[in-house]
Design a protein around this ligand. Structure first.
Ligand code: NAP
Length: 406
């Protein structure tokens, strides 16, 4: 690893303490990853320099994962990278390839588990110029908090003809009087109080600090009472117990308008919510969801703005954070300088937000919105705007030029 300058970011119980020259790790990723990540770093550095001059700067430290790591060390997720992640705790990550079916485990999942990154955060906001399927897409401004470690994603399931499924069916029949068909596969949906409480805390804290209007708990508690219904109950309990001064509850308001300085907390049943984010997107703001609902609603929300390729996300826990694009490695575009780096830049913006470097984040936001408005974009957007596309690097140059002019 290179000689490291700067100081580590300290994160304790979700509180970030950021020095003037913080060390941030980066993983360039596979496929288009190296191109988009390199350009994202240029854009972030420019924004930080423009806003804070020489008083703040990021000390970027490259660590290896994926194909590049395998070539250099024989491992896709080397020990040195794991040690650096545990030590420095904050990483900007390019997309990493995961084969479908057999093969190596997802390094994305391994990083999440290593750093206990339990909150997956995905902002979805429309930008003028994108090709949305909605008539009023400018009303879409959502931030989704998806619980990342519980629920059906624990992967506890057995094939219908396994001895485990047989044993479980026997247990259900003999001990609990529940008879299932002999050809039933079984999966288990665990949702715990402690994991619900911690995702609720991080979502409410974010909503309050960022002056959002509403936090909606999304659940299917009418059917799954003791898992999704419990998620709803426990989330409300945390909101009342720990955030009582900053929130109000829809059920207490009786239809009255919530006070300006408070965040409204309400809940919606998942199926209703899917239709309402399309028909009335302005009613939704921060969405708090268990793992599976969160997975579905994240992509559905992305579709509302017409292009999931320009979205970034964060995976955050109590003592670490990983920031990335929503899209994958797009292998057919690798090495061609045509991919759109906006997804990784959006991920980096979230990192700046958690660091408290909000002014730099806002500057990048303005530049991206302006570039799309001016139709100075990469081929993914240029092809439906009927304009000549910019290359990955030239697009980053454009953002830098726009930031300079602001
Ligand atoms: P993908 O890499 O996101 O690519 C799907 C399509 O999206 C591309 O063919 C391209 O569409 C478009 N696209 C995605 N990113 C783009 C960008 N930056 N600029 C321009 N166009 C972009 O999805 P995938 O093909 O399903 O997955 C490929 C690999 O990525 C898999 O190994 C998967 O496991 C991995 N992956 C990793 C992550 C992660 O690291 N977090 C996330 C998702 C997937 P057009 O063909 O229409 O131009």
């Amino acid at each position: 690893m290179q000689k490291i300058e700067g100081e580590p970011i300290s994160i304790e119980k979700g509180e970030w303490k950021v020095p003037k020259r913080p060390i941030v790790l980066y993983i360039t990723g596979d496929g288009i990853g190296p191109e988009v990540t390199t350009q994202a770093i240029r854009v972030v550095d420019k924004a930080v320099e423009k806003v804070y001059g020489s008083s703040r700067s990021i000390s970027w430290v490259k660590v290896l994962a994926g194909e590049e790591a395998e070539k250099e060390s024989g491992s896709r997720f080397p020990k040195e990278t794991k040690e650096a992640l545990l030590r420095y705790k904050v990483v900007l990550k390019g997309p990493l390839q995961t084969p479908v079916g057999e093969g190596f485990r997802s390094i994305n999942v391994e990083i999440r588990m290593l750093l206990d990154l339990y909150a997956n955060i995905r902002p979805v906001k429309y930008m003028e110029g994108l090709k949305s399927p909605l008539t009023n897409p400018e009303k879409v401004d959502l931030v989704i908090f998806r619980e990342n470690t519980d629920d059906l994603y624990r992967g506890i399931e057995w094939e219908y003809n396994s001895k485990e499924a047989f044993k479980l069916r026997q247990f259900l029949k003999n001990e609990l009087g529940i008879e299932l068909e002999e050809d039933t596969g079984i999966g288990i949906k665990p949702i715990s109080k402690s994991k619900t409480e911690r995702i609720t805390r991080i979502a409410l804290k974010f909503a309050i600090q960022n002056k959002r209007r509403v936090v909606t708990i999304m659940h299917k508690g009418n059917i799954m009472k003791y898992t999704e219904g419990a998620f709803r109950e426990w989330a409300y309990e945390v909101a009342r117990r720990e955030f009582g001064n900053d929130v109000v509850f829809e059920e207490d308001l009786g239809g009255a308008t919530p006070p300006q300085n408070k965040v409204l907390v309400n809940d919606r049943i998942a199926d209703n919510m899917f239709q309402q984010i399309i028909t009335r997107p302005e009613s939704y703001d921060v969405i708090l969801a268990p793992n599976l609902n969160g997975d579905y609603i994240s992509d559905a929300a992305g579709a509302l703005i017409g292009d999931i390729g320009v979205l970034g996300g964060a995976n955050v826990g109590d003592w670490a954070g990983m920031f990335e694009a929503v899209h994958g490695t797009a292998p057919k575009y690798a090495g061609k300088n045509v991919a759109n780096p906006t997804g990784v830049i959006r991920g980096a913006q979230l990192m700046l937000r958690f660091m408290g470097w909000i002014e730099a984040e806002n500057l990048i936001d303005k530049a991206i919105i302006e570039s799309v408005k001016q139709k100075r974009v990469t081929q993914d957007l240029a092809r439906y705007m009927n304009v000549t596309p910019l290359g990955t690097k030239e697009y980053a140059d454009t953002l830098i030029e726009i930031m300079d002019s602001l």
